[in-house]
Design a protein around this ligand. Structure first.
Ligand SMILES: [Zn+2]
Length: 285
């Protein structure tokens, strides 16, 4: 399992799935990222782009062990939830065993952050117990951006009602959900950073300890190619212009600084630094 240290904080990546996504004009989630266009960024191969031009993507949780606080950032797709993303098959993975191996047995988790309420970020909020979905982390407070929750709670399109019903509503009913401001401070080392664009209430997580810093992106950026091409937008970005503007701003802010950028969908090695490269930037893992 990949692990990083930022001062007194340790971050461990627990993977639910990691896979190549071949380019297809119909289905590509970054439609500008054709195999030809990706060839202009040879540094992406082999970790982030396969030799035949498929984008490598990962769905993982980032388990953050800070002084006095075990925090899980994003909870993947989850088991027993047939979704469009998984071709309507319910996953059955040993994700919770892997979390326990990482030192994050589910009863020991103090807090959960969902950077936003999309299907691949809320799944393990709950787990199936008989016919019901119950909170996976019974001793955690689940932190959800107020704007994000207000945006999605009454949306009646696609899978949203189902996602809310099985992965979000049960944590509210159990009294474990806490809607927070987008710049909420979680602990002395951890705070939310507003990064709207992908969704209206999207947040990222900043880690600051003993003079070291890291930044968990969430879906403000899906793939390291967007470090060089911040204008490439995912079909899932709600506000494409705002998303691209946010990426440009953040990349400029991080560039050539010792800030560890940990990508929520970046394949292994997942974390790295942003450095100037000619007129633009690239990601150095
Ligand atoms: Zn996502």
């Amino acid at each position: 399992m990949l692990t990083w240290r930022i001062g007194d904080v340790t971050v461990t990546r627990v993977v639910e799935m990691e896979l190549p996504v071949p380019y297809s004009p119909k289905h590509s989630f970054l439609k500008e990222a054709t195999p030809e266009a990706l060839k202009e960024m040879p540094w992406l191969v082999p970790h982030f782009v396969t030799p035949d031009g498929a984008l490598m993507l990962s769905i993982h949780a980032l388990c953050v062990d800070a002084p006095g606080l075990k925090l899980v950032v994003d909870t993947c797709v989850g088991n027993d939830k047939p979704r469009y993303l998984t071709r309507r098959q319910a996953l059955q993975t040993n994700f919770l065993e892997k979390m326990a191996e990482a030192g994050f047995a589910r009863e020991t988790v103090d807090a959960v952050v969902c950077t936003h309420l999309h299907v691949d970020h809320v799944g393990w909020n709950t787990m199936k117990d008989g016919e019901r979905f119950v909170p996976t982390f019974p001793n955690a407070r689940y932190l959800i951006g107020r704007e994000e929750y207000e945006h999605w709670k009454d949306v009646n399109e696609d899978e949203t009602p189902q996602i809310m019903a099985d992965s979000v509503t049960p944590i509210f009913e159990a009294g474990l959900a806490q809607t927070v401001e987008m710049d909420h401070r979680i602990s002395p080392e951890l705070r939310l950073v507003p990064t709207p664009g992908h969704t209206p209430g999207h947040v990222s997580v900043a880690i600051e300890s003993r003079g070291e810093t890291a930044f968990i992106t969430g879906d403000m950026m899906h793939h390291p190619c967007q470090v060089s091409r911040p204008d490439w937008t995912s079909e899932f970005d709600g506000d494409k212009q705002a998303g691209a503007a946010r990426r440009r701003t953040m990349i400029r802010e991080w560039a050539d600084k010792p800030c560890l950028v940990i990508g929520t969908h970046f394949a292994a090695p997942t974390a790295g630094r942003i450095v100037s490269d000619g007129a633009g930037y690239r990601f150095v893992a």
